[in-house]
Design a protein around this ligand. Sequence first.
Ligand code: SF4
Length: 75
Amino acid sequence: MIRIIQLRDKCIGCNACVEASASRWRMSRKDGKSVLIGGVNNKQIFSVIVGDDEKPENLQAARNCPTKVIQIIQI
Ligand code: SF4
C-alpha cells in the first residue's frame, strides 16, 4: 500500500495531478485547488492510503506537481 499526501495550502491549481490520475484527483470549483479524493484533512495536510495499483500514476502526479506538494510513501 501507499500513502498519498498533499500539502494543499501550497497547491496552485495547475491540474497536473488530475491529468496523471483522474480517479484520485479532481479540481475544486470552490477554490481552484486540487482535491485528493478520499483524503482525510489534518490541518490542510490531506492523506489517503491506497493500493499499490495506484502507485505509478500517483508517482507521476508527484513528479509533475510544479510546487512539489504531493508525496508518496510506501507503507
Ligand atoms: S499538480 Fe500540484 S500544484 Fe498542480 S493541482 Fe495538483 S497538487 Fe496542485
